[in-house]
Design a protein around this ligand. Structure first.
Ligand SMILES: Nc1ncnc2c1ncn2[C@@H]1O[C@H](COP(=O)(O)OP(=O)(O)O)[C@@H](O)[C@H]1O
Ligand SMILES: [Mg+2]
Length: 198
């Protein structure tokens, strides 16, 4: 993605903020998970730019890499592989010791790959971690693995007040997205059509 595309996406996140507000009666959701049908549709990118955009608007934002299978946020933000969410979940690190401040947001990265993350993310430990982060930040954004491939996005969406469903132009059809969306149950879901030429 070049600088022009990045700026365009950042600016589009103002509209995304506005639609998040209007769908929740004027308030922004406290917890947002970002999902898609397939890998590569833009979840990590949208999560990152939405977090930067919300923090530019004065919100204290936590962005959590809850993709323990193919973590990407530390790469997006050009941060070194260090301790991350899976280390906290495994009791190898403390929450306060992980992550990076990025333009007013805090990234809770995940840098080591976990073969079977579901028991880790579907746990009381994960709930406690999220509660702690919710106490410290205004808005929490979760990046997730693709719904078509793994159940992780469903688990994470259960922790979220709002789900952003990213559809990459030409990468998944509305029907496929509709099928995967059913997995999320009765959730507040907003669709972002990504990579659409203006
Ligand atoms: N709006 C966009 N315009 C141009 N490129 C994009 C856009 N959104 C995502 N990309 C590119 O698509 C690729 C996949 O995006 P990524 O966010 O990693 O997807 P996911 O997290 O869903 O697997 C990356 O190379 C990213 O730079
Ligand atoms: Mg990703």
């Amino acid at each position: 993605m070049d600088n022009k595309e990045a700026l365009l996406l950042f600016n589009k996140c103002y509209a995304l903020q506005a639609s998040l507000r209007s769908s929740l009666g004027g308030n922004l959701p406290k917890t947002i998970s970002v999902v898609s049908t397939y890998k590569g549709e833009g979840k990590t990118t949208i999560s990152a730019y939405l977090a930067l955009n919300l923090s530019k608007s004065g919100h204290k934002v936590a962005i959590i890499d809850s993709n323990l299978r193919s973590p990407g946020l530390h790469i997006f933000f050009k941060k070194p592989v260090g301790l991350g969410l899976s280390d906290v979940l495994l009791g190898k690190a403390e929450l306060k010791d992980i992550g990076y401040d990025i333009g007013g947001s805090h990234l809770f990265p995940n840098s080591s790959i976990v073969a079977d993350p579901i028991p880790l993310i579907d746990s009381n430990r994960m709930k406690d971690i999220i509660d702690e982060i919710k106490r410290q930040y205004d808005i929490v954004i979760f990046d997730t693995p693709a719904l078509h491939d793994f159940a992780d996005g469903m688990v994470i969406s259960n922790y979220s007040e709002y789900v952003i469903y990213v559809i990459g132009y030409g990468e998944s059809s509305k029907d496929e997205a509709r099928e995967c969306n059913k997995l999320l149950g009765n959730k507040n879901v907003g669709i972002v059509f990504n990579k659409v030429e203006d």
